[in-house]
Ligand binder design. Structure first.
Ligand SMILES: Nc1ccc(Br)nc1
Length: 445
């Protein structure tokens, strides 16, 4: 698209790798701008994180779903000025179709819910872990992809759904060794802003745009946010009223402003009461400034933040009761959250909570002579059929094999030697007890 060519002019060229005089590669060995490779050590950490995502999803009895990374551009065209829709990784495919690398998961999930229609019974509790994309000028040098764990509850209009989702987030943090001293979860409701706009008779059609602008508080200066609100058509008096209400940090103060019959207040009181019963009250705090930057939220919204204030939101979500109807379906209440793979790892590094996940192999099989390579295959095959992970090593000196065994935390070293083989035996060294013994091949397990 035109932005892509313009961006290429803006992009800051990646510095070439340092010249070593041994350049032989004919391709750039770096991954495309803004994307990451996951070499084994990084992949082990990612798998550890995703395994925790999956385990928490299981604890809440969510079902796993998946969607294409490639989606129709139409699914993400929204007019509220969100950053996410201004950075679509969009293009025209060879069939002339307007497509995107998805920037988020929720619209795909909504699409599938509608597609499945009456064939599924509500409520649905679905989760997925998927790569999401944005196309952004590299001048800011930010990533263009990340993986997001999403959990969504479809068909529950009560605040119980949000309480369940926040429970999932708390359980995840606890599994990672994070405490409520490190992280908090700010909670508010879009109904707060909705009530304020009504108080100032601001037309409904500005609601989404105002939410997207107000979400910039904390990123842009208060003056810049006020300026954008006025440019959107909000009168100064209303701008001041909005900023004042959004600075509230107590539910009782909010009730004073919105009145005792406020839906926003009732929802939030219910959520905080349920939180008491779940036992995660110390994790959550009311903060009226939380609106989140996605246009389609309609109710309670929440985001996890590091209390040291060094990082962007770790995860976030909320209720989106109108999204499905904007896709032409009946209105189905829904809420969910997205939890990215990058900020949490930055946070864990800050806190010294990144686990050291070593490579784990059970057996190393090593033929002591080249003519024993055939017999060694027999041993390897037998062990693997019994479910043992086996690293078959050849053409190395024994000293190297011992070092390698240490490096990959092998449990056993199985040496295939001539004299033992003649007697139908192999020699085994238990690498944790250092015990050494001979054993019949078919007794190896
Ligand atoms: N939506 C989105 C996609 C990709 C990245 Br990196 N961040 C946000």
């Amino acid at each position: 698209s035109s932005t892509a060519t313009q961006d290429s002019a803006d992009e800051v060229a990646e510095p070439p790798p340092l010249a070593t005089g041994k350049e032989t590669s004919v391709v750039d060995v770096n991954p495309p701008r803004g994307t990451r490779d996951f070499p084994p050590e990084d992949m082990r950490l990612r798998n550890w994180l995703f395994q925790n995502f999956r385990e928490v999803s299981r604890l809440l009895s969510f079902e796993e779903v998946d969607f294409p990374v490639l989606e129709s551009e139409a699914l993400f065209i929204r007019k509220a000025g969100e950053e996410i829709t201004q950075q679509l990784y969009n293009f025209e495919d060879k069939g002339g179709r307007r497509v995107v690398l998805r920037p988020e998961i929720t619209p795909s999930l909504a699409r599938l819910v509608i597609k499945q229609g009456k064939s599924v019974s509500l409520p649905l509790k679905w989760f997925t872990i998927g790569q999401c994309w944005r196309y952004e000028r590299m001048t800011r040098g930010r990533r263009r992809e990340h993986y997001q764990w999403n959990m969504d509850i479809i068909g529950v209009s009560k605040v119980r759904a949000e309480a369940e989702l926040i429970h999932a987030i708390v359980l995840l943090f606890e599994r990672l060794g994070v405490t409520s001293l490190d992280v908090g979860i700010r909670v508010s409701s879009r109904k707060v802003l909705q009530a304020v706009l009504q108080m100032y008779s601001i037309p409904e059609h500005l609601f989404m745009e105002v939410c997207v602008i107000v979400d910039k508080l904390g990123k842009l200066s208060r003056e810049e946010v006020e300026k954008e609100l006025m440019q959107a058509g909000v009168l100064l008096e209303a701008v001041k009223g909005i900023v004042e209400v959004l600075s509230l940090k107590s539910l009782s103060k909010l009730e004073e402003v919105l009145g005792s019959d406020s839906e926003a207040v009732a929802d939030l009181k219910r959520l905080f009461s349920l939180a008491e019963h779940y036992g995660y009250s110390e994790w959550i705090t009311f903060d009226a400034s939380v609106v989140r930057g996605l246009a389609y939220y309609t109710g309670i919204v929440f985001e996890a933040f590091d209390r040291a204030g060094k990082l962007r939101a770790i995860c976030g979500g909320g209720r989106y009761d109108r999204l499905l109807s904007t896709f032409g379906s009946d209105d189905i209440p829904a809420c969910g959250f997205g939890f990215g793979d990058a900020v949490i790892v930055e946070f864990l590094k800050e806190k010294g909570l990144v686990p050291d996940i070593a490579r784990q192999v059970e057996d190393i099989v090593f033929p002591l002579d080249v003519e024993l390579e055939g017999p060694a295959s027999k041993v390897v095959s037998s062990l693997r059929r019994k479910g043992r992970s086996v690293d078959l090593i050849e053409d190395k000196r024994l000293k190297w094999v011992f070092k390698h065994a240490e490096r990959i935390n092998a449990s056993r070293l199985v040496l295939v030697g001539n004299s033992e083989w003649q007697r139908g035996m192999v020699r085994v060294k238990n690498l944790s007890t250092r015990e050494e013994y001979e054993i019949k091949i078919d007794e190896l397990c």
